[in-house]
Design a protein around this ligand. Structure first.
Ligand SMILES: CCc1ccc([C@H](C)CC(=O)N[C@@H]2O[C@H](CO)[C@@H](O)[C@H](O)[C@H]2O)cc1
Length: 806
């Protein structure tokens, strides 16, 4: 193949207004077959996207050439989820063509509004993957993201009568100009079938096969010519799956049954973000991702290193984004032992040296385990390999801890009771050379609780890499006015590639004029979002889960409402709720209904209107987040300490000048350490206190009895105040609070309200508040995903940057 087109100079894609307009027109004519006059908004959008994409593709070609030349060590990021967000504005910024586009495109805003968000993820884990890819490219590090190209992403959320209604998200219905399908790199994936022995080797004969068709999207770096890729696999039926005979007999559904069955594998993203439902199709999705990606990784490796396996782990490091892709460990063993005929020990050494595992949760119910029977049926050879890994591992454990049967049972990859299941987190730790949590407290708790036995066996294997977020999307693109102010204060926009430079803003916290300008921008962002500019914008935006305690924020809101009704005049406040609930998570879907019932009552009460508003914009996603973070004054990070692994919304809000009210949980601890205790409103039990109270006989009713305001707020949930007198409407919420309150909402209520009183006091001193807001931004540079990548590279991956010549 023409590897480097030595003669062809691709830099023909100039960046003069004429060049850009010419390319836009040619895409309109040649790609869309239409003209400016008759072009639809979609036609114009698609042509604009291609015009920008081609400028990235040119850089991509030079990046690929540089990578080929350098033959570097590669990072492969395996993730079942990517929340990439809208692509147009990002790619216009990264190619420096925003102004050219605004000039060339007749109605730019309408055209840009056609940009869709590929919602291929649920929340934190998926968005973190996207931020890390952005930083890897910006830091010129050779990396490929692998994922699944779901036809239907995370559901669209409508609010009907205040309740969540899920609608399918057919995100690529109009096509996706940002992707490059590459069917010639198709892979074949097997399922089911049996394992036989062939001259002493185990051979798996799958009973079913599907095709994995990759399409990649470009991942440009900011302020550099590096353009990496994220490769997303789509399931296609093997050729000839359409059953013509059945069709001829009018059995139309049966005729396409196999096709549908195959393509169902990448049909839809599972919308659960913390409960392992253990559906077999999800396991098929996980193996599909792993099998396609490992074959593609080996294809790339063999292509450049003629299959010298002892070079593999030196040239390849694979990061497992939680346990979802952990089948990659037995799959690599299967390929090396069964197909490439390496002996077990050599194969295990390569496998173990290749993988790293990042754990993103502390919730026991979020740790995946699969029934042995399910794996035996779907992946019989992998089960054999898992058993072999387990036997050798437990031999090591019993040698180290002789006679410690309980420890062996806890550490085994196989849970025996009540049902035989494979513990995917244990497999991930045993098969990886490095394990990390995503915030200092999380990593500490992992080593002290969830993965304690492993940390005692292999202390050197455990690391912490605190999460981060990309400042390009979440400050520069989301908050351009603030970015311009920061650049003018710092004298350049170098902070966008080195966020520690934000420290230079500290002195400006004492500058009246700067504070005034800072406040104006926040006001303007509130107007853009559609909330009252003079009201304190109090924001809790994240997936709904009981441990995140949206209910605590609601109890405070009800108390404010009752205080105002009682004649108090607190500082005007807009409480913004946003987030999706997993479709089957009824307890929190009731909370969503209750929040909207309270909102209806509060927002239609003229006596309260001057002091309190409740706003619940539907369908929280990356795009809506980019509109909310710049408008926020107060960032609610109120999870029960010890439950939120890290949080990343907390970082995006702090970088946009929101002051945090929060518990000592996840990355809140590090945010408070960095911004300073007097620029953070702390409350509540810490992780140890919470664990103690939870394990003792915690009686929520005691707190209800002895706190008048708490009782009044809880009673209002049960007495029909927000339901037209219907006392049953929110009975479930009431019962969960008074009888169980698993996440100690009532226990933290008073401490929370005391912290909110502190918020009120500071807010009433606008200069003092603005100074804290500026200091939060100035001291949050640490939470750049560039710093996160630098930490991963230093402690786990050992990658070297490859410069791409301009
Ligand atoms: C099996 C179902 C399932 C699906 C997704 C998950 C994810 C791990 C949940 C998740 O998104 N975790 C979040 O990851 C973020 C990025 O590290 C953290 O900042 C959040 O604290 C954590 O909740 C667990 C279980």
């Amino acid at each position: 193949s023409p590897r480097h087109d030595p003669g062809v100079d691709l830099r023909a894609l100039g960046n003069t207004p004429q060049d850009f307009a010419r390319d836009l027109l040619s895409n309109l004519y040649y790609e869309r077959g239409t003209t400016v006059e008759s072009a639809s908004a979609q036609d114009m959008y698609d042509s604009l996207a291609r015009t920008v994409r081609d400028r990235l593709a040119e850089r991509r070609a030079r990046t690929a050439a540089a990578h080929y030349q350098a033959n570097p060590r590669w990072l492969y990021y395996l993730s079942a989820e990517y929340m990439l967000g809208r692509q147009l504005e990002q790619n216009l910024l990264y190619t420096g063509t925003t102004d050219l586009a605004r000039e060339a495109v007749p109605d730019f805003d309408t055209t840009a509004a056609q940009d869709v968000e590929p919602g291929l993820g649920n929340g934190g884990l998926g968005r973190l993957a996207a931020c890390l890819l952005d930083s890897l490219a910006t830091m010129d590090l050779p990396a490929v993201g692998y994922g699944i190209r779901y036809d239907l992403g995370i559901f669209k959320q409508d609010l009907d009568a205040g309740g969540q209604v899920e609608r399918p998200d057919d995100w690529a219905f109009q096509g996706n100009p940002w992707e490059f399908p590459a069917p010639d790199d198709n892979q074949v994936v097997g399922f089911y079938g049996k394992v036989t022995s062939v001259d002493g080797r185990r051979e798996w004969e799958p009973a079913e096969t599907v095709l994995g068709e990759p399409s990649h999207m470009l991942v440009p770096g900011y302020g550099t010519d590096t353009v990496n890729i994220v490769r997303l696999w789509r399931a296609r039926a093997a050729q000839g799956s359409f059953d013509l005979t059945r069709f001829a007999h009018g059995q139309y559904a049966e005729a396409v049954a196999d096709v549908v069955r195959s393509e169902n594998i990448s049909k839809v993203l599972y919308p659960d973000d913390s409960t392992d439902l253990g559906r077999e199709l999800r396991l098929k999705q996980q193996y599909f991702l792993v099998s396609c990606s490992l074959r593609d990784i080996i294809r790339r490796f063999s292509f450049r290193n003629d299959g010298n396996w002892d070079e593999f782990a030196a040239k390849t490091t694979i990061q497992l984004n939680d346990t979802h892709p952990v089948l990659a460990i037995p799959e690599l063993m299967r390929l090396l032992v069964d197909e490439y005929e390496l002996d077990w020990d050599r194969a295990w050494r390569i496998t173990h040296d290749t993988f790293g595992y990042t754990c993103h949760t502390l919730l026991p119910e979020a740790l995946e385990t699969w029934p042995v029977a399910t794996i035996e049926n779907l992946l019989p050879r992998h089960l054999e390999i898992i058993y072999e890994i387990n036997a050798r591992f437990l031999a090591e454990v019993s040698e180290r801890f002789p006679g410690d049967v309980a420890r062996i049972q806890r550490m085994s990859l196989v849970q025996e009771e009540p049902e035989r299941r494979i513990r995917m987190a244990n497999l991930a730790v045993v098969g990886s050379r490095a394990v990390n949590g995503v915030a200092a407290l999380h990593s500490q708790l992992l080593a002290e609780t969830t993965l304690r036995d492993f940390a005692e066996l292999w202390p050197g294997r455990f690391h912490n890499v605190t999460n981060g977020v990309t400042p390009r999307r979440f400050v520069k693109i989301a908050n351009p006015a603030l970015s311009d102010l920061i650049s003018s204060a710092l004298g350049s926009d170098a902070w966008l590639r080195d966020l520690s430079l934000l420290q230079g803003l500290e002195p400006f916290a004492a500058d009246d004029a700067f504070r005034a300008r800072w406040r104006e921008i926040k006001r303007a962002n509130k107007l853009t979002l559609g909330v009252a500019p003079d009201f304190l914008t109090d924001v809790i935006v994240k997936r709904f889960h009981e441990y995140k305690r949206q209910l605590l924020k609601l109890l405070h809101t009800i108390t404010l409402y009752q205080r105002i009704r009682a004649g108090e005049t607190p500082a005007p406040r807009t409480v913004v709720f946003a987030g999706k609930a997993a479709p089957g998570y009824w307890a929190v879907k009731d909370v969503i209904r209750l929040i909207n019932a309270v909102a209806a009552t509060v927002n239609n009460d003229p006596a309260v209107a001057p002091y309190l508003k409740v706003f619940f914009p539907a369908n929280y996603n990356v795009t809506l987040g980019q509109r909310i973070y710049p408008a926020a004054d107060l960032s609610e990070q109120i999870s029960l300490a010890g439950k939120e692994a890290s949080g990343t919304g907390n970082m995006k809000l702090a970088l946009n000048g929101a002051v945090t009210i929060g518990t000592l949980d996840g990355a809140n601890v590090e945010i408070r350490d960095r911004v300073g205790a007097d620029n953070f409103f702390l409350f509540g039990l810490d992780a140890a206190e919470a664990a103690t109270l939870r394990s003792s006989d915690y009686r929520p009713r005691d707190y209800y009895e002895r706190d008048d305001e708490l009782r009044a707020a809880v009673d209002a949930i049960g007495d029909g105040t927000f339901a037209g007198g219907d006392r049953q409407a929110f009975g479930g919420v009431l019962a969960s609070l008074l009888d169980r309150d698993e996440y100690l909402t009532l226990a933290d209520f008073r401490s929370y309200l005391d912290a909110q009183a502190e918020v009120e006091k500071v807010w009433l001193d606008a200069e003092a508040w603005t100074a804290k807001s500026i200091l939060n931004t100035a001291r949050s540079g640490y939470f750049s995903s560039d710093r996160t990548i630098a930490d991963y590279t230093r402690t786990i991956w050992g990658l070297d940057p490859v410069r791409v010549n301009p």
